[in-house]
Design a binder for this molecule. Structure first.
Ligand code: CP
Length: 309
């Protein structure tokens, strides 16, 4: 029987597999016509129990551009979850209708529970404050396209590092490349969770924590900004106190390297001033485009479909 592959955590993929996805994503751009009907008669279900713009729509655009079709829901309230149906029953049902499922859920671990109840591949499009592996693939493709490498660099991660699942997945991924230094920029209350610090130490990574962007700016090759995750705070007062902890503007970029790559998984709230958008170092909308290309490659990989030579 064919082995079913899921993507729940970025560590479900080997480095060779990630390199392969990046190669296919680049080939898709160079040879777009070769991929136009490659997923004909295949269906992707997008089950989003939490809001999304980029992840859901880039998955849907990816499948449509591969010649497949899409079905699904964009909020729990329009599915039978609103009547009390469990995640595993929903997944088991949708597995009867679709060839592959991309899902987002507010509860950590929900995609694993779902994957146990179906024989179609499950892709985690974000589970609570836990992981967001397809954002990480997006980020790796963006860095590779902009820098030409994924090793030998200093990466600054700034903002809500406690609840920011994209940060947790990206650190886990970049720990696997040689000589990557991490500068973690956050208020004390929003530092990365202890298990991420343990992973950094286990891998012998060079990392430090600072509380201002100014302290870190001049040494960074990548600056990964994140939003303060309002929806994960227990009380609104804490959110209001911390929400404008970091606002990147042109003044703060004065000491930055000329080839700095500024990234953000988006959505942005206040943390990057719009005046930065026209700076050639601002890559966050390019990053959103990379998200579609890498998700096309991922769908093909999980469905076991290759372009004919
Ligand atoms: N980056 C990201 O996950 O964006 P969405 O929440 O819009 O999907």
């Amino acid at each position: 029987m064919k082995e079913i592959r899921n993507l729940i955590n970025i560590t479900d993929l080997t480095l060779e597999e990630i390199d392969g996805l990046i190669d296919v994503a680049n080939d898709i751009v160079e040879n777009h016509e070769a991929y136009e009907d490659i997923c004909a008669h295949k269906k992707l279900a997008t089950l989003f129990f939490e809001p999304s713009t980029r992840t859901r729509l880039s998955f849907e655009a990816a499948m449509l551009e591969l010649g497949g079709s899409v079905l699904g829901f964009s909020e729990a309230s329009s599915s039978s979850a609103a009547k009390g149906e469990s995640v595993s029953d929903t997944i088991q049902t949708v597995g009867c209708y679709a060839d592959i499922i991309a899902m987002r859920h507010p509860k950590e671990g929900a995609p694993i529970v779902g994957a146990r109840r179906t024989t179609v591949p499950i892709i985690n499009g974000g589970d609570g404050g836990h992981f967001h592996p397809t954002q990480t693939l997006t980020d790796l493709l963006t860095i590779k396209r902009k820098k030409g490498r994924l090793d030998n660099m200093t990466v600054g991660l700034c903002g809500d590092l406690k609840f920011g699942r994209t940060v947790h997945s990206l650190i886990e991924a970049m720990l696997r490349y040689e000589n990557v230094k991490f500068v973690l920029i956050s208020p004390q209350e929003l530092q990365v969770p202890d298990y991420i610090k343990e992973r950094l130490n286990e891998e012998g990574a060079d990392w430090k924590e600072v509380e201002t962007l100014e302290e870190a700016m001049s040494e960074l090759d990548i600056l990964y900004m994140t939003r303060i995750q309002r929806e994960r705070f227990f009380n609104e007062e804490d959110y209001i106190r911390l929400k404008d902890s970091f606002i990147l503007d042109l003044k703060k970029l004065e000491t930055a390297k000329e080839d700095l790559v500024i990234m953000h998984p988006l959505p942005r709230v206040n943390e990057i001033s719009t005046e930065v958008d026209d700076d050639p170092r601002a890559c966050y909308f390019f990053q959103a485009l990379c998200g579609k290309h890498i998700r096309m490659a991922l769908i093909l990989f999980l469905l076991g479909i290759k372009r004919e030579a």
